[in-house]
Design a protein around this ligand. Structure first.
Ligand code: PHE
Length: 343
């Protein structure tokens, strides 16, 4: 067996020496050292038949020869890869007179994300959680738990897309759908916002789209009152449109708040004098808000005698349109890069 080992070595080393490329070298490596059917491996199997003295000597020799072959292969591999590198470098040229290559285009945020992130930062600085929620929503969270029963006329104003043969599932019509979900999950006290995509069954035109974004907020604690709500909404308005901005709250009915308001801010363009953006009124409507209705608190598992709170919903898509002077809502989601690249 020792003879066979010597023979193997005498055969292998010259073969390795004349190899010209890396793939042939790997082939050779498998031929001699491969775990399956490698010549060395086959010889090793013979060790079993030897007595212990022979086994020791032969085993030692086997290891030495194996190591020698391995080293020869590794050395050769290094030589070959250097040779490849040198060959490549010798062929390469650097043309110093070549004009620089155009910069690779990188992506950027959609205008909707820019405004959303700005508001998220503001709310986080005021201690609000930023929550995500589902877009395919149950009738219960979108309507029922918000004090909008099956036959309530308010459903008419928020027609949406229902899932065929699953009467209780629909595309949420507003981010308010996450109010009760969030209160159930986090309990009181709570400060959270939840931005996201909403859907309505609308005939689309320059001002209406079946898919749009809102940003909802909820604050709940003991002794929360209307003044707290106004202060928060004024802070948001100033962050968005500047420190001179005034907020006007006018009564408006939403089944899930009482009292409910419609929130307007002084037009950032004309400062309240009247222009085309504010349709000559001096005011721009940007949110709905109100004190959370006791029934909604009950649906959420809170006692309205202990806790009170307010909720608000900004039309995020509308804010984006106002900020950038976009006059057609459909531009925001039609995927036309000529539009998106302007931001
Ligand atoms: N969800 C209402 C809408 O979509 C807005 C709103 C939110 C009003 C919270 C009051 C309180 O019109």
């Amino acid at each position: 067996m020792q003879d066979k080992l010597q023979q193997l070595k005498e055969k292998a080393l010259p073969e390795i020496a004349v190899i010209k490329n890396e793939s042939e070298l790997t082939e050779l490596e498998n031929k001699y050292l491969g775990r399956k059917n490698g010549e060395m491996t086959e010889l090793m199997k013979g060790l079993k038949e030897l007595n212990s003295e022979e086994k020791k000597n032969t085993g030692q020799l086997l290891n030495e020869i194996k190591k020698e072959i391995e080293e020869a292969i590794n050395k050769k591999r290094e030589v070959l890869s250097n040779a490849g590198f040198n060959e490549r470098v010798s062929k390469e040229k650097v043309d110093l007179s070549q004009p620089y290559l155009p910069k690779k285009e990188s992506g950027h945020l959609h205008p909707n994300s820019i405004v959303q992130k700005k508001l998220e930062d503001l709310f986080v600085s005021m201690g609000f959680l930023v929550l995500d929620s589902v877009e395919l929503e149950s009738d219960y969270y979108n309507f029922e738990a918000l004090n909008i029963s099956d036959t309530h006329p308010a459903r008419e104003m928020q027609d949406t897309f229902y899932i065929k043969n699953h009467g209780n599932w629909l595309m949420r019509t507003h981010t308010s759908a996450n109010q009760v979900r969030a209160i159930e999950k986090f309990g009181a006290p709570l400060r959270m916002i939840t931005p996201g995509r909403c859907f309505r069954n609308e005939a689309t035109d320059a001002r209406h789209e079946h898919t749009f974004y809102q940003l909802e907020g909820v604050v709940i604690d003991k002794n929360i009152n209307f003044g707290h709500m106004k202060a928060v909404l004024e802070t948001v308005a100033r962050c968005l449109f500047g420190s001179e901005t005034k907020v006007r709250l006018r009564p408006k009915f939403y089944p899930f708040v009482e009292p409910g308001v419609n929130g307007e801010v002084t037009c950032f363009l004309c400062g309240g004098k009247g222009c085309s953006v504010c349709k000559q009124t001096g005011w721009m409507e940007i949110f709905g808000a109100g004190m959370i209705h006791p029934n909604v608190l009950k649906y959420s598992g809170l006692d309205p005698k202990v806790y009170s709170g307010f909720a608000f919903g900004f039309g995020l898509t509308r804010l984006v349109m106002l900020k950038y002077g976009i006059d057609d809502v459909r531009l925001l989601q039609n995927g036309d890069l000529r539009f998106v690249k302007q931001f």
